[in-house]
Ligand binder design. Structure first.
Ligand code: C5J
Length: 221
């Protein structure tokens, strides 16, 4: 067992039953010319999460913690992309349109892949998800079940969208979620702050919040 200093309280768990889940650290969200920028966002705001995620990923790999990556994206024929999602907002380019990194948010395109700094290693599951939550229309729950995982360390982007949705989905399924705030980022810094506060409020209504250094220290990495 290890204990991680967190809010609203320290959390103790067996690291053999924990997984680091890295949400959507994709070019489409973090680099110019992708989905994030097409929605009018300053994608440079997400870069702050890369180095803490890299350090945590390295510690997890070194200590044998399970690592799972997710990617938001759709089938090339867009048959799994709800028209309401494609039509939403006033983006300069829509899902499926050709951009400088390939078709926006389409599986198999360079833009939909994970940034090189955090690229998955062989044996680390990559969950392709059509929605914001990593459980919706994916086999994530089966992957966790077969690895006997009951604690999720949830990192990635964006804090209030795909990280939050996944934490909520996981919480309802009985997983304990620990969120290192420095491993998450948002195009809206105020949403990032409030999203973290929402997780740990009311005695940890959705989970626990900490930072990467505290997890790395507890792992003894
Ligand atoms: C968004 C995500 N923000 N990965 N996706 O559309 O948070």
């Amino acid at each position: 067992m290890i204990t991680v200093d967190a809010e609203p309280a320290p959390i103790a768990f067996n690291p053999r039953r924990a997984a680091v889940v890295i949400i959507d650290m994709q070019r489409d969200f973090l680099q110019p010319g992708g989905f994030g920028e097409s929605l009018g966002n300053d994608v440079s705001l997400l870069a702050r999460a890369i180095e803490p995620c890299r350090a945590l990923l390295e510690a997890a790999r070194r200590t044998g913690l399970a690592v799972i990556h997710t990617r938001e994206g759709h089938r090339p024929d867009l048959s799994d992309a709800p028209p309401a999602k494609i039509e939403r907002g006033a983006p300069s380019q829509r899902i499926g349109d050709a951009g400088p990194m390939g078709r926006i948010l389409v599986r198999g395109e360079p833009g939909q892949d994970i940034i090189p700094e955090l690229y998955p290693r062989v044996g680390e599951p990559v969950i392709d998800k059509p929605g914001k939550g990593a459980f919706y229309a994916t086999d994530l729950q089966a992957v966790l079940l077969h690895r006997h995982v009951d604690v999720l360390i949830v990192c990635g982007v964006t804090t209030e969208v795909c990280v939050h949705t996944t934490v909520r989905e996981a919480n309802d399924r009985g997983y304990r979620c620990l969120v290192p705030g420095d491993c998450c980022a948002s195009y809206f810094p105020e949403f990032h702050e409030v999203a973290l506060r929402m997780i740990k409020a009311q005695g940890g209504i959705f989970g626990w919040v900490t930072d990467s250094e505290k997890i790395i220290a507890a792992l003894g990495a």
